[in-house]
Design a protein around this ligand. Structure first.
Ligand SMILES: NC(=O)c1ccc[n+]([C@@H]2O[C@H](COP(=O)([O-])OP(=O)(O)OC[C@H]3O[C@@H](n4cnc5c(N)ncnc54)[C@H](OP(=O)(O)O)[C@@H]3O)[C@@H](O)[C@H]2O)c1
Length: 304
């Protein structure tokens, strides 16, 4: 293990939550050396170089690539976009991290895993893979810190922005289920704080949510306050939700995951509240209202 080696951040280019990309920026602000792993050279790779990260290109499903990028690093953030090969990538990382020897692996997971067991699973392949990945990392004996966020506010953006812009409605099949989405930027703050000083966190599991758990009418009220116009919640049938997702043409693995998320919301499984963001960073998680205010233009703008 290289005591002064860089901190490896995987999935650093960023798609949905872009936790890895934000973590790179936060670690560089602290003056820490960062190796950012991306899948390809593009503008996002150039932006990472611009903040002072060493950029390496590789595929998390290719063991030789993973060995090359982990070698020389002292700590690892492991996260990548929701995808069918997640378990394989995690186990590959675990094998390599054991071989190289690192002093911390910060593993991105999901909050639903907290309620999963052999007898109690979900229909999301992503959540099942996170559950298995956590087991494998525990067997590995590596110094692991587990991050289990609930749904990202950014997912809300992706799922609700169009209908909020077009019709002033959040159209999701969540029924009366409560939810407490967390900003990916808050998740990244937690990850960066742990990577900067992992010692006190090793072996811990951090559950991360936003500041309040409320039904979708409450969420819609926060949208209304932020945008200064009426936004309502429309509880759509699960079939419409699935049909809409299929129109985006996303991979089947992600489609199944989003469909499962709808079912779990409806069943009240996202009604959780955890203080991990404040406990680790000293600052509370941002609210729906604050998040929407910051991105008002993307939701069709704030009425003056
Ligand atoms: N979204 C949510 O609501 C939510 C909630 C809780 C937990 N999570 C967890 O958060 C993680 C996703 O984090 P995120 O939103 O920050 O990720 P993201 O921004 O969607 O993706 C991160 C990067 O992973 C890269 N990637 C994908 N497959 C790869 C491979 N085989 N090799 C190398 N890189 C690869 C992608 O590269 P390209 O862009 O080049 O393809 C992407 O830029 C998942 O573990 C998910 O389960 C998400």
């Amino acid at each position: 293990m290289a005591d002064n080696g860089p901190i490896l951040v995987t999935g650093a280019a960023g798609q949905l939550g872009a936790v890895g990309r934000t973590v790179c920026g936060l670690l560089r602000e602290r003056g820490l050396p960062v190796r950012a792993m991306v899948r390809r050279e593009d503008d996002r790779a150039a932006a990472l170089r611009a903040v002072g990260a060493e950029v390496v290109v590789g595929d998390l499903l290719e063991p030789a690539d993973v060995y090359r990028v982990v070698s020389g690093c002292r700590r690892v953030y492991f996260g990548m976009s929701v995808s069918a090969g997640y378990l394989e990538a995690t186990v590959t990382m675990a094998v390599v991290a054991r071989e190289v020897g690192v002093d911390a692996v910060v593993n991105m997971s999901q909050m639903t895993v907290s309620e999963m067991s052999i007898q109690n699973t979900t229909s999301s392949g992503q959540q099942r893979q996170h559950w298995l990945s956590e087991q494998a990392l525990a067997w590995s004996g590596l110094p692991v810190v587990t991050i289990r966020p609930t749904m990202f506010l950014e997912s809300f953006f992706q799922l609700a922005a169009l209908s909020v812009r077009a019709r002033g409605r959040i159209e999701v099949p969540f029924g009366p289920g409560k939810t407490s989405p967390v900003a990916a930027a808050d998740v990244a703050r937690v990850v960066a704080a742990v990577l900067a000083d992992p010692g006190p966190h090793l072996g811990r599991v951090y559950e991360l949510t936003g500041p309040r758990s409320q039904d979708m009418h409450g969420v819609a009220r926060e949208f209304s306050d932020a945008l200064n116009r009426e936004v309502t919640y429309s509880d759509i049938p699960a079939e419409d939700w699935e049909r809409g997702i299929r129109k985006w043409g996303v991979p089947e693995h992600l489609t199944r995951h989003l469909v499962a998320m709808g079912e779990l919301h409806r069943a009240g499984r996202y009604d959780r509240l955890a203080d991990g963001v404040e406990r680790v960073t000293g600052r509370p998680a941002i609210s729906v209202r604050e998040f929407v205010s910051l991105r008002a233009d993307e939701f069709g703008g704030r009425r003056s």
